[in-house]
Write a protein that binds this ligand. Structure first.
Ligand code: ATP
Ligand code: MG
Length: 395
């Protein structure tokens, strides 16, 4: 008998029509994640089995805990000997180290030609257990120990409870999004939450050298690398925002600096998003967090573009966001003290109820289209992987 990993899909199995696509995508994501560990994967609509040498099982389990679409990870046991006497012995062996007072045996036969039916196997194994372990009884409704026996064509599988994994949908099953990734606390969390819903991310960062440093950019690359654990490779688009910011600072009334700056960010994001075939923009805005995130501000900024903007953190408190940032390991990176392009140009009294007509009036003072296209044409793309960061200019 040897150990084997069993994965359950949970919510995935509810998506009737797309089931096949979801499960195949999950399998691909798992294979990518485990690509340097020798293993075999078998799957059907209910669950997936991962067979590998025992020495690799811990590492595999660790990695599977970062794969969205997996609901439960169970360490099971598998044997080639399907003889009922052997099944009884193996079960007894496995449970003799466990402490429990009530139990239940649930047998499934994927091989319906197996000579004993599932009910009979349940009864035979349960009475063998009762005869060999004192002071326990069967409870079919709420057993402390649920013993699952699965009779397959060439093997028998045994397992008990597993533990909860990340859940969510397999990355890529719900399309692509462009994450506006700053060096702050919020946007990596917003990214994580969208990946969880099956959205594959590319990211976009606005830098303003020399007002922002190389260290600030490194910080964003580090954050992208954390997201790559869940997303797979993250393509990080870097836009030089200096000319736009300096032009805005020179020409736009100060209380509208941030509003117009964010409308420019949205315009650029929306063009990059359509070029990479992303269906949405995702960002870390949260209602009321700062002046540019009042509902009136968000509406006014959003009116610069037509693409939908998903704001996973819209209704979260900062403390809730920080909790998630800690869990996904981005918090310590986000609090590093490097200037970000917004913090440099913060006006003393930003407008909290901007009007769209004022925005349009002020934007006549700058050459919006040319500024946007000049910024996009200079843009750089870095592929951020889990392993050593790889710089790779592809534009
Ligand atoms: P965060 O919100 O990530 O903590 P922040 O507080 O500096 O960073 P805000 O001013 O709250 O950012 O901006 C709201 C959102 O706009 C961010 O969550 C992010 O999605 C986007 N954003 C802000 N600055 C940048 C930038 N320099 N590059 C890319 N996206 C940005
Ligand atoms: Mg913020």
């Amino acid at each position: 008998m040897r150990k084997i990993i069993i994965i359950k899909y949970g919510e995935l199995t509810l998506k009737k029509k797309n089931k096949n696509f979801f499960i195949k995508t999950l399998k691909n994501n798992i294979e990518n994640n485990l690509s340097n560990i020798p293993h075999e994967t078998y799957y059907d609509f209910g669950r997936m089995l991962i067979d590998a040498k025992e020495e690799y099982l811990d590492e595999i389990t660790n990695r599977l805990q970062k794969v969205f679409g997996i609901y439960e990870i169970i360490l099971g046991y598998i044997t080639d000997n399907r003889d009922i006497e052997n099944i009884k012995e193996e079960v007894l062996n496995l449970i003799s180290k466990k402490s429990f007072q009530t139990f239940k045996v649930s047998t499934k036969r994927s091989d319906k030609t197996y000579e004993i039916n599932s009910m009979e196997v349940n009864k035979m194994v349960a009475s063998y257990i009762l005869n060999n372990i004192p002071n326990i009884k069967v409870d079919i409704h709420k057993p402390e120990l649920d013993i699952v026996i699965e009779i397959r064509y060439n093997e028998v599988l045994f397992y008990f409870d597993g533990y909860k994994a990340l859940g969510g949908y397999p990355v890529g099953t719900l399309g692509k999004g462009l994450l506006m990734l700053s060096g702050g606390i919020d946007s990596p969390v917003a990214g994580f939450m969208s990946i969880k819903r099956g959205v594959k991310l590319e990211a976009l960062y606005f830098e303003s050298p020399p007002h922002t440093s190389e260290a600030a950019k490194e910080k964003v690359i580090k954050l992208a690398r954390k997201l790559a654990k869940y997303n797979g490779e993250v393509k990080l688009h870097i836009i030089n925002f200096t000319e736009i910011q300096e032009t805005i600072l020179k020409n736009i009334p100060h209380e509208y600096l941030i509003t117009i700056m964010r409308r420019m960010m949205y315009r650029i994001s929306s063009i990059v998003a359509s070029r990479i075939h992303a269906e949405v923009i995702i960002n870390g805005e949260s209602i009321g967090q700062v002046a540019s995130q009042t509902l009136t501000s968000m509406k006014c900024i959003n009116e610069a573009i037509r693409l939908p903007v998903i704001r996973p953190l819209a209704c979260f408190d900062k403390t809730e966001i920080m909790d998630i940032a800690h869990k996904i390991g981005t918090y310590q990176i986000s609090i590093l003290p490097y200037e970000d392009c917004c913090t440099i140009f913060v006006p003393k009294h930003p407008v909290i109820n901007p009007s769209i007509s004022k925005c349009l009036e002020y934007e006549k003072l700058i050459d919006v289209n040319n500024l946007v296209y000049r910024a996009i044409n200079k843009h750089e793309v870095i592929k951020v992987n889990l392993e050593e960061q790889k710089y790779d200019d592809i534009l």
